[in-house]
Design a protein around this ligand. Structure first.
Ligand SMILES: [Zn+2]
Length: 244
């Protein structure tokens, strides 16, 4: 069965449908906000499979504003974050969901999926796998970032800076995805700090987005679910409430 093959790698993963239901229920219960009071931005890979497997209930929120480029890094930067921040209802919250993605097949193969109309599996995330291949072959040059392939080059540099950790890992694409999550999380925190939000709360939700085969749907394991009260500056995790 599909969720079992996902949970071998991500023990707390839920289907995307359950993930969004729990997310919205937790926010409504603890912050008393309805989906239409939430301005939603996501930072996810531009891979078409993420559009196909995007959980429908997420559209009950306003948005999404897309901050992400390849493998979910927030390439829209300060300008994207600032623009989105000013679209929020005044009595509401901004919610930022960010995640690198990874494919897991029914058979438990990690880093690939079976896509609609294709007879063999393909890489997922293709950018992460491409960068990993170059890392293993020693082809990434320190500081090489070009305008022709800016996003890919950025991912390559992120991997290069964790070269030993990734190449010595038991599973390299799993580890590379963890490295990617940490880089995205770090960047999102900086962007949030540098941005003014004319509302009550900022909600940060970080995780790993897991794509299944074409007939499996998608899954998500959260790593962070926190809110910042913009008046009191109090910051609180809702992870326990989410997993209840
Ligand atoms: Zn991707």
């Amino acid at each position: 069965m599909s969720i079992e093959s996902v949970r071998k790698w991500y023990p707390k993963a839920l289907t995307s449908i359950d993930t969004v239901n729990r997310l919205l229920d937790t926010i409504e219960k603890h912050l008393e906000l309805k989906p239409n009071q939430l301005m939603h931005a996501d930072s996810m890979c531009c891979d078409d499979v993420n559009a196909i497997q995007y959980p429908p209930r997420a559209y009950e929120m306003l948005g999404p504003f897309h901050l992400g480029g390849l493998d979910g890094f927030p390439f829209a930067g300060l300008t994207g974050m600032g623009a989105f921040a000013h679209h929020v209802p005044e009595d509401g919250a901004v919610i930022i969901f960010y995640a690198p993605h990874i494919g897991i097949t029914k058979e438990g193969q990690i880093g690939e999926i079976s896509r609609i109309g294709q007879s063999s599996n393909s890489a997922c995330c293709g950018a992460a796998k491409g960068a990993l291949g170059k890392l293993a072959a020693g082809q990434i040059i320190e500081g090489n970032i070009t305008s022709l392939d800016f996003q890919m080059n950025t991912i390559e540099q992120i991997f290069l800076h964790s070269k030993e950790r990734i190449l010595n890992a038991e599973n390299q694409i799993f580890e590379a995805t963890e490295v990617m999550y940490e880089a995205i999380d770090e960047r999102i925190e900086v962007l949030v700090k540098e941005t003014e939000y004319p509302c009550k709360y900022v909600i940060l939700v970080g995780g790993i987005f897991i794509n299944g085969d074409k007939d499996m749907g998608s899954f998500c394991q959260y790593k962070k679910f926190e809110y910042i009260n913009l008046e009191t500056k109090e910051r609180k995790s809702l992870m326990d409430e989410y997993h209840k």
